[in-house]
Design a protein around this ligand. Structure first.
Ligand code: DC
Length: 232
């Protein structure tokens, strides 16, 4: 089978991580969580005592950063796999993701990682900006209530015992607004994406649907619909 680029976008709590990992594992592909890159930069900026108002310093750190985003997330030799999954980093990473120069740096990193294919890449702008000619584009969504419920469960599993449902819902709505309203690469359904609402659907059922789109697209590619590789 051709080594495909599979783009999975959508808001927080829509199920991107779970679905992208499962699909990558079925295909034997790499799974790349681009949100973890924005989170790692935010973590490093806080650790270095930088202010997000001081964009030049945050951009300088991103330019020099050595990032690893596979099973373990590392930045400049620090394993931040757990540390980047906190409410503080939720907010900080949304601030980092609004800085155009940071996006340029990370988008170019993401293209370098994914351009050979064999990758399931998840984020907010994968099918629209990073790989506009991805072989398969999926946009996952779910109701705000369900997304807040899932995010709250994540937090509780990670030991944030003071996590109240209303607080999670408010924080999530605020982050959604930041991601959707920013001027650079706002969260949008990419053109040509298949939209799947995961609200009341089991993980297995969503994975099956995504797999069936992938296999359909592959069949079409094999009967001669060449991929336009000029745009990335
Ligand atoms: O998916 P996540 O919650 O881990 O993402 C963290 C932040 O980074 C979130 O505010 C959205 C932003 N992000 C982005 O702007 N573009 C991406 N490709 C991935 C994440």
């Amino acid at each position: 089978m051709k080594s495909l680029i599979i783009a999975i976008d959508g808001p927080s709590g829509a199920g991107k991580g779970t679905i992208a990992k499962a699909v990558a594992s079925r295909l034997g592909y790499r799974h790349v969580d681009t949100g973890a890159m924005y989170r790692a930069i935010a973590w490093r900026a806080l650790q270095m005592g930088l202010s997000f108002e001081d964009e030049a310093s945050v951009v300088a750190l991103a330019r020099k950063a050595v990032l690893k985003t596979e099973a373990v997330i590392e930045i400049d030799g620090y394993d931040v796999t757990e540390a980047i999954r906190t409410s503080e980093i939720d907010t900080a990473s949304a601030a980092v993701a609004r800085i155009p120069a940071i996006r340029e740096i990370l988008v170019s990193h993401q293209r370098a990682i994914g351009s050979r294919g064999g990758v399931v890449m998840e984020g907010r702008d994968i099918g629209s900006i990073v790989f506009p000619d991805a072989d398969v584009k999926i946009y996952l969504d779910a109701s705000p209530e369900e997304r807040a419920r899932r995010r709250g469960l994540d937090r509780i599993h990670k030991g944030e015992v003071d996590c109240d449902e209303e607080g999670v819902a408010t924080a999530l709505a605020k982050r959604d607004r930041l991601d959707r309203d920013r001027t650079v690469s706002p969260l949008r359904v990419p053109s040509g994406a298949v939209v799947i609402d995961t609200t009341a659907v089991s993980v297995e059922a969503v994975v099956m649907r995504v797999m069936s789109y992938i296999l359909d697209d592959t069949n079409r590619a094999e009967v001669g619909e060449p991929r336009d590789s000029s745009s990335c």
